[in-house]
Unconditional design. Structure first.
Ligand SMILES: [Zn+2]
Length: 182
C-alpha cells in the first residue's frame, strides 16, 4: 500500500493476526465496499458513488468555469482552497510519448464534448508545470482556439516538477486567482 513502509507493514500484519476483535474484517469489508461503490464520474472523472460526482451534481457551482487537471486526485487540493466554485475535468494523465501516452489515451474527446454541450465560458488549465504538462496544455489549447471560450492557466508558484498534491493551500489559492490568459 502507498505510504506504508516495511516496518509499518510488519506492525499491521502482526496486529491483523493477533487482533481479538473483528476490526481487520471491518477494514477488509470497507476496502471491498469502496472498490465496488466508487467509480469515475461520467462527466469530470472525479470519484463518484453514482454516475455523477457530488461536484458535478452541485447546482450552486458555476457551470461557466471549468478547471482542467491531470488526475482526479488533483481535484482534492484545489477543493480544499475553497477558492474555486466552478467544475472540473480530469484528463486521466498527460501526453507523454516516452510512456506511450498519446492524446487518445486521455479524456480530451470528452472535454471537447463538454465544451460543445455545456455553457462553459472559461477553461482554466491547471496541469503540472513540466514538459508533458505544458505540451498537453498547448495541444488542447490548439483544439479549442476556434471555440467561443476563454482559455486561461493558473499562475505559477507551483514548484517546478511538482504535482498539485505537493503544493500548500495558500500557493494553490494564489495560483488560481492569478491565472493568466492563454
Ligand atoms: Zn464530476
Amino acid at each position: 500500500m502507498p505510504g506504508v513502509g516495511p516496518r509499518s507493514a510488519e506492525r499491521i500484519a502482526l496486529w491483523m493476526v493477533g487482533a481479538r476483535d473483528n476490526k481487520p474484517e471491518q477494514i477488509a469489508r470497507a476496502i471491498t465496499d469502496t472498490r465496488q461503490s466508487i467509480r469515475s464520474c461520467k462527466l469530470c472523472g472525479f470519484f463518484a458513488a453514482g454516475e455523477i460526482c457530488d461536484i458535478c451534481a452541485d447546482s450552486s457551482r458555476s457551470t461557466e468555469l471549468l478547471c482542467v487537471v491531470e488526475q482526479a486526485t488533483d481535484i482534492l487540493p484545489l477543493e480544499k482552497t475553497n477558492a474555486f466554485r466552478g467544475r472540473y475535468h480530469s484528463l486521466g494523465g498527460k501526453i507523454s510519448p516516452l510512456d506511450h501516452i498519446g492524446p487518445d489515451d486521455l479524456r480530451i474527446k470528452e472535454l471537447l464534448e463538454r465544451v460543445d454541450q455545456e455553457k462553459i465560458t472559461e477553461i482554466i488549465f491547471a496541469l503540472p508545470a513540466d514538459v508533458e504538462g505544458e505540451s498537453t496544455t498547448s495541444y488542447i489549447v490548439d483544439l479549442l482556439k476556434n471555440k467561443q471560450v476563454n482559455l486561461t492557466r493558473i499562475a505559477r508558484g507551483i514548484p517546478a516538477g511538482g504535482g498539485l498534491e505537493s503544493a500548500d493551500e495558500l500557493t494553490l489559492s494564489a495560483a488560481l486567482s492569478g491565472r493568466t490568459k492563454l
